[in-house]
Structure formats: structure tokens, C-alpha cells
Design a protein around this ligand. Sequence first.
Ligand code: NOJ
Length: 466
Amino acid sequence: MKKLPEDFIFGGATAAYQAEGATKEGGKGPVAWDEFLEKQGRFLADPASDFYHKYPEDLELCSMFGVNGVRLSIAWSRIFPEGTGRINPEGVKFYHDVLAEAKKYGIKVFVTLHHFDTPKALFDQGDFLNRDTLDAFADYAKFCFEEYPEVEYWTTFNEIYPIATNQYLLGIFPPGIKYDLTKVIACLHNMMVAHARVVNLFKENGYSGQIGVVHSLETKYPASDAPEDIHAAFLDDALSIRFLLDATYKGGYSKETLEALDEICAANNASYDFPEEDFVELEKAKDRNDYLGINHYSSHFVKAYNGENAIHHNGTGDKGTGSYKVKGIGERIYKEGLERTDWDWLIYPQGLYDLLMRIKRDYPNYKAIYITENGMGYKDDFKNGIIMDEPRIDYIRKYLTSVADAIEDGVNVKGYFLWSLMDVFSWSNGYNKRYGLFFVDFETQERYPKESAYWYKHLAETKTIL
Ligand code: NOJ
């Protein structure tokens, strides 16, 4: 039986576009997703979980079930409908109201400034491939820091790597571009520079509270002992993990990271060009991150691959339909004997332990870590308001045990946020991939605690992983 520290946060995570709904209400400006989803015609981000109206109920549920931390994001286009310039007072007020409600229950709130939802006006100008967006993001961040002194924990970005790759490699996020590694690398780099600029601004202006970034970090292992597979895992890791952690904590890219990048570029006819002055910004920010948020769901086993790019995203929950092969990087394979979800995500808790130990070893200036997302997408069975989601409980138990083991071995992990607090809208899967502690009937917007919610309550009360 493992214990977690007394002051550990047992949280639940959400994001504006996935929870709020009300995409055209309250003066909110458009985001690229609105049109992208309409054209795709499978599902929309309305109603989502109607958090825009139901947040008092969701926060009350938190307090009833021991959830003492919540992750949410501010929708940039609720504050600045066009991304810059005109401010929307209704949007500004909405987040004050949410924060005040959370305060009533003593819930710690982690606020993300950008969770996949750049305002459309800026997105259409190239999103973070356009360097003007970095200025707009810094202005928006500054506005929020001054407007919301009640926020204790700020996060600049959520998941820079999935943004870059889903937008420009897999093409499952708008603008739906596939296999463009030049754009992937430019997006990764520019967003890291934007992060550093905002951290520097935060610290230099002396705002109160803490600031960090949330990275999606999914451990890579070679599919076999063959040197070419070991190298493939190294390349996949370099682009998805090392690149971001180097930028966050080393103030620039290590020699190995750049060598990997050059190799990936050569295989994909891609290139990069990082302006010198960016490294001044990264260098200044590297010891100023108060915490690192880690989103971690899965690990990947990688085999050498030099054929043409071929990715199929399993966005329906038809197990076995996903495939991932990137030229000059590798092929992610399903390892015999390892469980995976219906969306083909490998369940491998050792991956989280290994990742945490590696950060402690390679990036010793990390200060503190929060697991800002972990959880299991599952087709929950709803029987008259009763939802027995044992596989999810089992998943959380195993991953939290890895966290407890890493803490025992000296990693400073201070909290865990289950993705998701309640069932929410999922970007590329719609509504059948459920993650919540609370089941949402998307038609009536009724909430129902799942078995996992009772399990989590006990965990939060006893700090003991049963
Ligand atoms: C990561 C993202 O932050 C979140 O938006 C997403 O829905 C979950 N992972 C599950 O895929």
C-alpha cells in the first residue's frame, strides 16, 4: 500500500474549449476549431460539458469528492475576441466568477493561458508560425496577469508537441497539414520562445504566484536491442521530449538534440532556422520555471523506419486501427503482451516512473513537477446512473503507484490532475471517448459520479493508493 504526501494535490483537469461549450455565447470570438469541426461534420464543441453555465455544480462536486485542485484554461478569444485589441468584458468577468467559486471551496486552480485554441484572427495569419503571434500572446498573458491576481498557478501552454504535430504532421488539428516537418520544428521552437518570453515578463514584473509550462511527455523505448531501433527511439525522443525540455531547462538545444534534428530534417527534406536572439530569451527563462506540468498517458516502443510517412490516427475507438510511421524517425509498434486502450494507447506505468527519474537526472533545475494530466479514455457503460469503471480505477492506481515510487526515489512531484474532471469533448474523438470522474449526459447535462469518483475521494482523504 503506497502513500502520497500530506500536501499532495488530488486534482481534476479541464480545458476551455473541451468543457465550456457556449462557443458563440458571451461575446466569445471564433477559433479555427469552430469552422474545422463544422466542415468535418462529425461533432461540434457545443454543448461540450456546458461548464460555461454548470461550473458552480462542477466545483461543488469537486468539494464533495475531495478534489482539491482544478486545472482549467482561459479561452483567449473570450478575453480578446480578435486575439488582440478589443477586450470583451463579459469574458473577463466569467473567469473572475469561476475563480471566486473555486475559492469558496478552497480549491487550488491551475490556469492555462493557451490550450489548443488560438483566436481565429491570429490562427489565420499562421498561428505560431507567424512571429507576430508571439507578441500577441505576450500581450494577452500580461493582461491576464494584471487582471487576475487571484490566480496562484499559471501555465503558459498546454502540450506544445501535440500542437505542432497534430497541426502539421498528423493533420488532425486545424489547419490539417500532413508530414511537414519544417512547420513542426518552427512551431515547437516559436512556442518555446513565446513561453520563455512570458515567463521572463512574469518574473521581471514581479507578479505574484507561480508559472510553468505543461508538456506532453510520453516515454520512448526501442522496440528491440537492434542498434537501428535504439537509434529510432533516440530520434523520436529527441523531437518529442528532449527538444522541449532542453528549451525549457537548458536555455538552448544540446548537441545531441540538434544532431537528431538534422538527421530528421535530412530524411524529410525539412529545415530550420532559429534566430540568435531567441536563445537570450530561453537562457534567461531556464531557471525561472516554478514547476513543470507533465501530461502522460502512454509510452511508445519504436522501430527503425525509412519508408514513406504513413500515419493513421485512431479517432473512433476501433482498437487496432491506429498506425504511426514517420520517415527517418521510426515506427511506433504495439508491444506483445502490453495492454492498450480502445484508442490504441499503451498502458505502461513504468514509463512514467522512468520519465520522472530521467528529469531529475538530466534537468536538475526543474524545481517541482505536477502530473497535470493522466487518465484513461474509456467507453463507459451507463446503467441507470451507475457507472462501474474498474479499468479506469486500475489505470489510475498503477500510474499513481509509479508517481509514489518516483517520490520515494527523490523526485519532487507535488500533485496529480486526473484528465478529466468530468467527461468533456475530445478534439479528434468527439464524445464517445470518456475520461471523467463524473459522467456527463451530454443531452441533459446531468452529472453522475462514476465508481472512480468514490475511489478517488477515498484516495484524497487517506492519501493511500488502494
Ligand atoms: C491532452 C490534452 O491536453 C487534452 O486536451 C486531451 O483531451 C487529452 N490529452 C486526452 O487526449
